[in-house]
Structure formats: C-alpha cells, structure tokens
Write a protein that binds this ligand. Structure first.
Ligand code: AMP
Ligand code: GLY
Length: 424
C-alpha cells in the first residue's frame, strides 16, 4: 500500500524508519519531510495547511493511509477533510483532537467521567483567575487553554509568579491559545508518558517512556519540546499501567464516544505518578517527540499493520510486542535553543556516528546544503540507542553523540538519570 506521512521532525523520521520496514508498504511519501526522512521516503513539497491539496495528492498517488505526525494539522481538521474525501487517516478528527487542543475541554471531560487529575478552574479574564490564585495559594499551575508549542504552562512557586503568568496569557503572550486560562492544582510525584493506539472504541496499550522537558542538566532551566527520552519508564510498574488503563484511558475513550467524538489515533497520556496513583496532567493526540524515537526502536511488530488496524477499527485483532532492551534518545539542539539560535552550521560524521549496532540518528531540524547536512531548527538530531539497561543505552547514545562533529550544537549529558539512579 502507498502511505503518506505528514510532518518533518524527529518523531516523523522514527515513524518513517519503522514504516519503511513494513512488508506491506509499497511507496512511502512524506510531506514535507527532512533529509533523514528522505532516506526512507519520497519527500514531497506539499502545503499541509492546504487540505484540498493534500486530498488531491492522495487521490493522485493512490494513498491508502495517511499518518499524521504533529498535532496542529489534526486540531485544524485534516483528518475530517481526508475522511470526507474517502481517504483513510490515522489520527483523530478535530472534535477528538480537542483532547490536546483545549486543556479546559480535557479537564471538563475528567470531571464528568471521574478521571483522576488535579483540581482546576477555567477562566476567561485575569481578575477572576488572580482572585482564585490568591484564595488557593502556591504552588499552582497556570495553563493557556490552547496549543502553545509546549510553552503555555507555568508551574508557579509563588502567587506573584502565577498572577504574572495569568497576565501574560491574557495580554496575548500565546495569542489565541491564551484567551482562556486553566488554573490547576500542583501535583507532586514522578512524571511518565503512556501511549495507546485507539480505534474509536478500544485501546491497544503501547509502552511507557519518560521525557526530559527542561533544557538544562538536573531538569533545570526553561522547558523545551523535549531534550531526551527513554523507554520503558521504571516508575510505570504493571500495577500503575493497569490503573492508568482502567481509570484514565478507558473512561476517556468511553466518554469521547458518548460525546459523539470517538478517538482514533495515538493517545499520549502525560501522567504524574502521585502517592494516590496516576493522575492525568495532559493528553496529546499524537506520538511524543522524542518519545516516539525510543518507542520505535523497541517495537518488534509491523507499525503499518498496527496503524492500519487502528484506522480500520480492528485493534482488537492485534497486539504489540516490545524488545526487552531499553532505548534512550539524546536530543542535540542548536546552541541558544529554546531561545533564539542560528541556522546553517555544518554537521559532520553522522554516518560514522551511527555505525554501531542498535544506534539510529533521527533527523529533526536539518537541511542539506551543497550535499552537506546543516542545522535548520532548534531540536536538530535525536541520537538513539538500544541497550540491555538504560545505563548501557545511555553509554551507546553518548558515544554516538561524541562522534558527531557539530560545533554549534549541544545536548544534556544526563538523559536517563532517574532510571539509572534506580536500576543502574
Ligand atoms: P504540559 O504542557 O501540560 O505537559 O505541562 C508541561 C509540564 O508542566 C509538565 O510536563 C509538568 O512537568 C508540568 N506540569 C503541568 N501540569 C502540572 C501539574 N498540575 N502539577 C505539576 N506539574 C505540572
Ligand atoms: N516530548 C513532549 C511532547 O512530545 O509533547
């Protein structure tokens, strides 16, 4: 079958790498793709915001599945438009993508269907939000309601900081996304990410991962899209997975179906493992980036068959098996990220760096110039390795990082520290 993958990041490179290995794949196209993806797929210069153009492309190339990587096209209804045109698509409709597109929507769903999460209030003006913050006290969390590229959340340690975050939102720091604000209870515990494939009715649990959102070692400094990840996450014991599935995922799918917005695609639950068990921090309606990179390294089964089964409402016929090894991904970013950074510096020695067994370098923000790979974004490479333990995967990943010649890049040197602290 012919498949169109939408996106251009490290997540999409990992998906392309895995899809390309499927025996049922004929041609994989990717719009817009990147130089790493171009090794696995035919990259096409399609404007993914132009849904009619995407539909035309799919008809022309006889695409029998579209796989949508990032959230923005889903929130803006690309799955709806493809479905209307009769093209099968892996990813939720705009109505179901509200699980990521509106934090208030998800909090209301939790409230209505008894899903464990932090206490919250929704506000559409600053004075009321600030009054609530004063009455509740700190620490407290302030979130812009809509999509803000991972930057709309402030974990405030003082009432003043929380009030300033409220002001920022209503003054337009996050544009439309901040026109409504959710103020939420601060949850204490260890974070973990849990992924499921969903077909509207049932969920196939995938596996767990842990992300490293802060830019600096020891989880310091501003938040980023993610500086590294590993899988599995030891904090997600079998008991925690079961509680998450039964108490969080199942009622979500049931609730969404009841509300007329059944969820198809990847449901990514951002969890806080508290002393009372798992609580939902947020949902994303797509694979995590860089969590996808570690998941794909561990997945033994045919990804295309799994995504097709989810799209066809046939998940109950499938299972997903995982390699016993741990996978760990170190993100290399341009110096300055998540603030401003320069583009265009040369990156060399990538071939040699990934020569070792079980090491893959996934491209995110790269471009080619005169036959050479250059940096073209904030997060640039996802250096990913498998190992018997998280510690061994970490050593292999950093060996590969150290073989890469890129003066203008940096990475955190402590990816995996929590798991390594537990198990070595
Ligand atoms: P989000 O974009 O909702 O994942 O939030 C970004 C980060 O803020 C999360 O990964 C957590 O580290 C933190 N965070 C969000 N909500 C809470 C909460 N209610 N309690 C504690 N930390 C939170
Ligand atoms: N790595 C976090 C995310 O994909 O949202």
């Amino acid at each position: 079958m012919n498949v169109l993958l939408i996106g251009s990041g490290g997540r999409e490179h990992a998906l392309a790498w895995k899809l390309a290995a499927s025996p049922i794949l004929q041609t994989l196209y990717c719009a817009p793709g990147n130089p790493g993806i171009a090794r696995e797929a035919v990259c096409v210069d399609l404007d993914i915001d132009d849904h009619a153009a995407v539909v035309d492309f799919c008809k022309d190339k006889e695409i029998s599945l579209v796989v949508v990587g990032p959230e923005a096209p889903l929130v803006s209804g690309i799955a709806d438009d493809l479905k209307t045109a009769g093209i099968p698509v892996f990813g939720p409709t705009a109505a179901a993508a509200q699980l990521e597109g509106s934090k208030g929507f998800t909090k209301d769903l939790c409230d209505r269907f008894g899903i464990p999460t932090g206490a919250y209030m929704r506000f559409n003006n600053a004075p009321k939000a600030k009054a609530y913050i004063h009455a509740t006290g700190a620490p407290i969390v302030v979130k812009a309601d809509g999509l803000a590229a991972g930057k709309g959340v402030t974990v405030a340690h003082t009432v003043e900081e929380a009030s300033a975050a409220v002001e920022d939102c209503f003054e337009g720091a996050f544009g439309e996304a901040g026109a409504e604000v959710v103020v939420e209870e601060f949850l204490e515990g260890e974070e973990a990410s849990f992924f499921c494939l969903c077909d509207g009715e049932s969920a196939l649990p995938l596996t767990t991962a842990q992300d490293h959102k802060a830019v600096g070692e020891g989880d310091t400094g501003p938040n980023t899209g993610g500086m590294g990840a590993y899988s599995p996450a030891p904090v997600m014991t079998d008991a925690m997975i079961e509680r998450t599935r039964d108490g969080i995922i199942r009622p979500t799918l049931k609730g969404m179906a009841e509300m007329g917005a059944p969820f198809t695609g990847v449901l990514y639950a951002g969890l806080m493992i508290t002393s009372d068990g798992p609580k939902l921090i947020e949902y994303n309606v797509r694979f995590g980036d860089p969590e996808c990179q570690v998941l794909m390294m561990r997945l033994k089964d045919d990804l295309l068959l799994l995504l097709k089964a989810a799209t066809d409402g046939m998940l109950w016929t499938t299972s997903a098996r995982w390699r016993d090894e741990a996978a760990l991904c170190v993100v290399m970013a341009s110096k300055g990220y998540p603030g401003s950074y320069a583009k265009g510096s040369s990156i060399r020695n990538l071939q040699e760096a990934q020569a070792a067994d079980d090491v893959e370098i996934f491209h995110a923000g790269t471009a080619t110039r005169d036959g050479e790979i250059v940096a073209d974004g904030g997060r640039v490479l996802g250096v990913t390795a498998l190992g018997r333990t998280v510690g061994q995967a970490q050593r292999k990943a950093y060996e590969a990082v150290d073989a890469i010649e890129w003066e203008d890049g940096f990475c955190r040197r402590d990816i995996g520290w929590r798991a390594i602290g537990r198990n070595g």
